[in-house]
Design a protein around this ligand. Structure first.
Ligand SMILES: NC(=O)c1ccc[n+]([C@@H]2O[C@H](COP(=O)([O-])OP(=O)(O)OC[C@H]3O[C@@H](n4cnc5c(N)ncnc54)[C@H](O)[C@@H]3O)[C@@H](O)[C@H]2O)c1
Length: 284
């Protein structure tokens, strides 16, 4: 771990949404282990309790639906009252997935995703930013994806939301330039979490007839990064003062291909990834 910078989050209070599972849970555990008081929120009460029970230090838990702007504001007030020191980071991490062709997509599924993955991030930013600006320090950390860097098939709703998170965060960063507050975008590659199991999938969009569980198992087989490793990369990136954090080797590959060949990046990514997966399977 590099030495802490002025904007270090190590050992300082943080707020994390989507902390009942996956990346959010791993972040809560890691930052708590490094001495941070953590305020954790999620719609999944049972999962949130499990996360809380695994933390050693100071913790505030809150069942919260990030779609509910009023409740996110109430929660921000509660966090303000609970804080033992200035709030170092707000991780707007909660997210869901939908897999479908555009023509077969149920508009309700797409709205569900946009309300969580984009409006949830906006709600968290609007609710917590006044406190950070008042403190003149801290970070808004919004989770986009590699699918916020490139467009891929059967992910129109997800890509739209993750590109929106990236644009929202990049714009906010410029707006905050003369303040002590920063805006950070996280772009994970494939991370082995529950995201595919919790996704809305009505049918296999490729026509191969695979079930949602089979699609989730295939996703998990090709992910390259564990949630713990993702949390470590995000923590280190924050300590280095990065504005954009790529998570996992596939994220670096996709970012490079998106720059090299913006309109053909998906075909290039699939070709390179097939080789990498084959090498991984053969242990090379
Ligand atoms: N897993 C990956 O490969 C991957 C890749 C890129 C980006 N991401 C992003 O990382 C973030 C974390 O996802 P994950 O992979 O850990 O998935 P996960 O399913 O393991 O965790 C997501 C958490 O968000 C919570 N959540 C869902 N809807 C919510 C709501 N309305 N209000 C509050 N909480 C809600 C879930 O209950 C769950 O605990 C998401 O934004 C996701 O889009 C994941």
């Amino acid at each position: 771990m590099p030495p802490p910078s002025r904007s270090s989050i190590t050992g300082r209070p943080v707020m994390i949404t989507g902390a009942a599972s996956g990346i959010g849970r791993a972040l809560a555990r890691r930052l708590s282990r490094f001495g941070a008081p953590v305020a954790i929120a999620d719609v999944d009460e049972a999962g949130l309790k499990e996360t809380a029970a695994s933390l050693g230090g100071m913790v505030l838990t809150r069942v919260l639906d990030v779609r509910d702007a009023d409740d996110v504001h109430r929660f921000a007030g509660e966090v303000r009252g609970w804080l033992p020191a200035p709030l170092a980071a707000v991780f707007n991490n909660a997210g869901v997935a939908v897999t479908s062709t555009l023509l077969e997509a149920d508009p309700d599924d797409d709205e569900w995703l946009w309300n969580i993955n984009f409006h949830g991030v906006v709600n968290g930013t609007r609710a917590f930013l006044p406190l950070l600006v008042e403190q003149n320090e801290g970070a808004i950390v919004n989770t986009s994806s590699v699918y916020g860097l490139v467009g891929v098939p059967y992910q129109t709703a997800y890509c739209a939301a993750k590109f929106a998170v990236r644009g929202f965060t990049d714009s906010l960063r410029q707006e905050l330039r003369r303040t002590g507050v920063r805006a950070v975008a996280i772009h994970p590659g494939g991370i082995t979490t529950n995201i595919a199991r919790n996704a809305r999938v009505r049918k296999d969009p490729t026509g191969l007839g695979r079930t949602k569980d089979q699609l989730a198992a295939e996703f998990e087989a090709v992910t390259m990064t564990s949630p713990d490793k993702a949390a470590e990369i995000i923590h280190r990136g924050m300590e280095r003062g990065k504005a954009r954090i790529l998570v996992g080797p596939d994220a670096y590959l996709i970012d490079a291909l998106a720059r090299l060949t913006p309109t053909h990046s998906y075909q290039a990514i699939m070709a390179v990834q097939k080789r990498l997966w084959a090498m991984r399977r053969s242990g090379r």
